[in-house]
Design a protein around this ligand. Structure first.
Ligand code: MN
Ligand code: MN
Length: 466
């Protein structure tokens, strides 16, 4: 063979997706992004994401699942777990003993949660909410930006109110103040991690003292009076609340070529959206039953009743299997799962943290990660070579633009996903995700092409016959 021919046959060289797709596909990339932007604009917390998912699913013909429901191939069902996680399924032609195609993503994102006793007044008449951050954040990024308050409060004597302040036109927003640079000498000498401490993440919510009032905490009283009037909330009700402070940023195109999307919570709502879209895009009856699980609590270890370690997933799968007289274990051992979670996009500004030969690049397509973890792959699922091979073939046959990567260079750090918890269930699992710039920041960035290819990859997976 000529050397040119050898190069072509033997080398593996990923290419920018825009050098590989047709004009028509390019239009598809930008159109898909608009639908996702609408979803992300609504899905600002896991509860919001669950609700937005249910609405889209019902519009697509999915119906609520109940235990004992008689199902036949082609049926589309969903179930919601405590309002914070969702499972959707499309029943396949082949029995569940031949396995299911499972897509797992998470819909919680790093944020600031209110403490149980958050409200206080400080000198002079400034009122704050104390927070405890949720997930891995860089604390300094949360100061001096506009913030929203969202969540639920279970009131004294029953009833739950939904709180949503900051997102509607004309709403006030909130903020965490930072120190002026003029007085920043001591702060500047600290490390980035220490510059703003966890206990300094206090959200400014008011400043006017209650009129004709002599006692202490007059401004706090005025804020409480407002909360009671609007929502019926008393101070004690904060004890039974899930209130989150999230960034107040619109989901926007980034860049003059509009190729990128900026917004809060791409991790992991871009993969969650890709997964539900892949299920919606199934026409008629798939060979294998397709299941999509959108879990909560991934950012704090997949724990709790709504996390991926919870039995809620097994319970749903067992109910499905029971309906067809299949043991759950037979279904699991024949199933395969894409653990759909974002990865870091190579950032040339911070190139030193990555191995450029094994990094995911924005616009190079959805990225597989054979393993994640840290310090010698610890905590990783590490997919079987055979599974990677099967998927590689399926994606190539479907002309999906994809890449393979790992998170950062060896011993730089690392991260985990829900993949290991699916692996623990004896479900063959691999990580796949959309590369993100500024991951875990209040404003994250993804490439539209990678989102589009994530949906295409998941669709190709769901269409696999064996
Ligand atoms: Mn994630
Ligand atoms: Mn994350």
């Amino acid at each position: 063979m000529e050397h040119q021919e050898l190069r072509k046959n033997l080398f593996y060289a990923p290419k920018n997706g825009y050098d590989r797709i047709s004009e028509e596909e390019r239009r598809g990339v930008f159109k898909t992004a608009e639908a996702y932007k609408a979803f992300l604009s609504r899905a600002k917390t896991e509860r919001d994401a669950a609700m937005a998912t249910v609405e889209l699913a019902e519009a697509d013909g999915f119906v609520p699942y109940s235990r004992g429901m008689k199902l036949t191939p082609g049926d589309r069902v969903y179930t919601v777990n405590h309002g914070k996680s969702v499972i959707l399924a499309v029943i396949g032609r082949d029995g569940l003993d031949t396995g299911a195609h499972i897509l797992a993503a998470h819909i919680d994102s790093p944020r600031l949660d209110l403490k149980p006793m958050p409200l206080y007044e400080d000198k002079k008449e400034l009122v704050y909410l104390k927070t405890h951050y949720y997930g891995g954040i860089k604390k300094y990024q949360w100061a001096a930006i506009p913030l929203e308050l969202r969540g639920v409060v279970a009131l004294t004597g029953g009833g739950v109110v939904n709180v949503e302040i900051g997102s509607k036109p004309g709403d006030p927003v909130f903020t965490i103040t930072d120190l002026l640079p003029h007085l920043g000498k001591d702060q500047n000498a600290k490390t980035l991690a220490e510059g703003i401490s966890g206990e300094a993440l206090n959200v400014l919510v008011g400043s006017v003292p209650m009129a004709e009032e002599e006692g202490a905490d007059r401004a706090k009283l005025a804020i409480l009076a407002w909360l009671f009037e609007q929502y019926g909330i008393r101070e004690e009700d904060f004890l039974s609340a899930e209130l989150s402070i999230i960034p107040h940023f619109p989901v926007s195109d980034v860049g003059l070529d509009r190729s990128l999307i900026g917004g809060y919570g791409h991790d992991d709502r871009c993969c969650a959206y890709s997964a539900i879209r892949a299920l919606f895009d199934i026409n008629g009856i798939p060979a294998k039953t397709a299941v999509c699980v959108l879990a909560d609590k991934e950012e704090i270890g997949s724990v709790g009743v709504t996390g991926m370690q919870s039995r809620f997933f097994d319970t749903f799968m067992e109910d499905l299997c029971e309906g067809f007289g299949i043991p759950l274990r037979a279904c699991y051992e024949a199933s395969s799962c894409l653990s759909a979670d974002v990865c870091n996009a190579f950032d040339p500004i911070y190139a030193e943290v990555s191995d450029p030969r094994n990094s995911a690049y924005a616009n190079y397509g959805v990225s597989f990660m054979k393993y994640t973890g840290s310090r010698g792959k610890s905590g990783s699922n590490d997919a079987n070579a055979e599974l990677v091979g099967t998927l590689r073939t399926a994606l190539n046959n479907a002309n999906v633009v994809w890449q393979m990567s790992e998170l950062g260079k060896v011993d730089q750090g690392g991260g985990g996903t829900v993949a290991c918890y699916m692996g623990n269930r004896n479900i063959s699992t691999i990580d796949i995700g959309i590369p993100v710039l500024s991951m875990h920041a209040p404003y994250e960035v993804i490439a539209k092409l990678d989102l589009y290819m994530a949906i295409r990859a998941m669709s190709a997976f769901c269409a696999m016959e064996d």
